[in-house]
Design a protein around this ligand. Structure first.
Ligand code: FPP
Length: 235
């Protein structure tokens, strides 16, 4: 969700105002994705690196996050949105943690649509945490020392139980991954748009999904293997 700062700067506003409008775009995207048939939406809201931003900006973001969670829970329950998080949420302010716990608990039974908030998330931290937990499990005799399967290690990532992302959208014209779901994105499709996050609308999401729908995903196979009938016609 990149471009909040630039959106604010273009209007001579403080960066926090951009984040505030970013929250509106979060609401829009949450329901737009669901309306367009998406089953799971992950929003990269705060990275482990974001703590290094000015104290005032970090404070504003945490305040917005807490307010958002407080306000949104009733809508999540009304609309059947399951909330989950990825990231070291135990390092977030106590108020944010409290509202996260409540929201996750009260929406855990919903199955149609999941909103995943990446909070204090970073892929490298996630891998270190997973390796540590996996090693501890091996030492405790809960995992086998000779199991080198991805399926087993995958269970120790923050995203345990969640599918890999099909499409990753980055707004604001930046074309970087920025420590986001590096392992889970092994076969993800990427979409980059110049639109700043606060301006990102349902139409922008629909355009990204339309672009994604035209792609052929091969997962390491050949085109003939994944679409035998379509390719036979052109041979
Ligand atoms: C990146 O844009 C954005 C962030 C670091 C924060 C994203 C947070 C929100 C949209 C609001 C809070 C989230 C929720 C889920 C309520 P930037 O600030 O780096 O923009 P810039 O590159 O233009 O400076």
């Amino acid at each position: 969700m990149d471009g909040n700062g630039r959106w604010a700067k273009q209007r001579g506003l403080p960066r926090a105002a951009g984040h505030q409008r970013g929250v509106e775009a979060v609401r829009t995207a949450t329901y737009a994705a669901r309306d367009l048939g998406v089953k799971m939406l992950t929003l990269y809201a705060f990275s482990v690196e974001n703590w290094q931003r000015p104290k005032t900006e970090v404070g504003a973001l945490m305040g917005l996050l807490e307010l958002y969670l407080k306000k949104e829970l009733a809508a999540f329950v009304r609309d059947g949105v399951r909330l989950r998080t990825i990231g070291r949420t135990d390092e977030l302010p106590a108020g944010v943690q409290k509202h996260l716990r409540m929201s996750i608990e009260e929406t855990k039974h919903f199955t149609d649509y999941t909103l995943v908030l990446a909070l204090n998330y970073g892929s490298r931290t996630e891998v270190v945490d997973a390796a540590h937990a996996y090693a501890s499990a091996v030492i405790a005799g809960k995992e086998k020392t000779d199991d080198r399967s991805w399926a087993t290690f995958n269970r120790y990532l923050n995203t345990s139980g969640l599918p890999d992302p099909d499409l990753i959208i980055r707004t604001s014209g930046e074309q970087r991954v920025s420590n986001f779901l590096l392992l889970q994105a092994a076969y993800a499709e990427f979409y980059f748009t110049p639109v700043l996050w606060p301006d990102f609308t349902k139409a922008d999401l629909a355009a990204a999904l339309a672009d994604y729908a035209k792609r052929e995903r091969r997962f390491g196979l050949t085109s003939d293997q994944v679409r035998p009938s379509a390719n036979a016609a052109t041979r």
